[in-house]
Write a protein that binds this ligand. Sequence first.
Ligand code: EPU
Length: 419
Amino acid sequence: MDKMIVHGGSLLQGEVTMSGSKNSALPILAATLLTREPCIIEHVPDLSDIHYMLTILNMLGSEVERASGIVKVRATHLRTEAPYDIVRKMRASVCILGPLLGREHAATVSLPGGCVIGDRPIDLHLRGFEELGATVQVKGGDIHLLASHLHGTTIHLRGKYGPTVLGTGNIMMAAVLAEGTTVIEGAATEPEVTDLAEVLIKMGARIHGSGTSRIIIEGVRELHGFRHTIIPDRIEAGTFLIAAAMAGKKVTLHRVIPQHLEALLHVLEEAGVPLKIKKESITITASPSLKALSIETLPFPGFATDLQAQLSAMLCTTQGVSTITEHVFPQRFMHLAELKRMGANIELDGARATIIGVDQLSGAPVMASDLRASAALVLAALRADGPTEINRVYHIDRGYEGIDRKLNKLGAKIQRIQE
Ligand code: EPU
């Protein structure tokens, strides 16, 4: 298992280009199962989660080719079963359910296991499939979906914690080949859902309203191959913006879509960080001192839960008292215990963390618990006195393409140790 040693104290400076979005690429790769024709996807990031998805597609019978960010998939013949061994490695593998059900009217996929960011049910996905006409059975750890035919209907997808991102994608992918019209009420409005809808439209689907909470899908008989470039990763960009706000002199991010980052940009401005925003780049310059903040995570366009841990790291050394309330995954606070080991002053009460800024964090051995928590530890380590040893960095490799390489290019001192 690799670990990283981060030597804190360097100031970040220079330019860095963002990779394609992981959370956009995963369901779009799954969408290739909807057609026998070849599909070409560009700007696919080189990440272990992407590798798992390509393995799953291959196991289902797709021919997969990959070369420097371009992935070609052709799903001529399909199997409809994905076993636990591979599915357990990545929760997002549930997004093959929708396309398998849509095209083959059958799917057997292992129920994904627990997740460190909290209980992650898929009840809303399954209810949606049932409403489209599938029978759903959970037996022996597997989800079995079967339908004689799928029919359009109105599906309310909003759950206790708001809309579901992968659930919206899954229902869209099942409904594009259903008979008649499906209306998804309470749909997720995240840019990754819109990117998937654009791909489905390129394939011949009839979809209106993506990016709003009401998506209308008129079923078609058949879908075609497509060529698509994945949108830039807004969470990677957000992570680099927060890193630059904490430990930067002047950093420019290229290949970003500022509209996807509005909530974070607003928060950084409120904290006093000078920003220069252009069409596809953002430049951030050092602020002598940051102001304390009160943040609530919310579905898009609100402040993203996937940036909560990284912002927590920033607030650890921001003078004053800040609060963070997590509405999307109320238990997503594993990183706080590790930040406290580095000297942070944080109190957690249910889904609300109170962070009292300290002058300095100190390097310590810490453990990465999930993807965004690991990123938060890297950022905290950049601001810490002395070296921080981050163990289990495979979590970070699931979702950040060369984060150590990119940060080192900006002047950070991060060593990766392969064990
Ligand atoms: N939920 C239910 N029932 C469901 C589905 C979701 O109660 O059937 C709840 C969840 O437990 C959570 C809330 O609804 O409280 C939102 O979950 P959502 O379904 O939107 O999450 P997801 O689609 O499984 C995606 C991203 C996550 C990101 C969330 C929220 C991918 C591959 N994953 O997950 O990304 O945090 O949306 O924006 O797109 C990450 O990249 O680190 C990551 C965890």
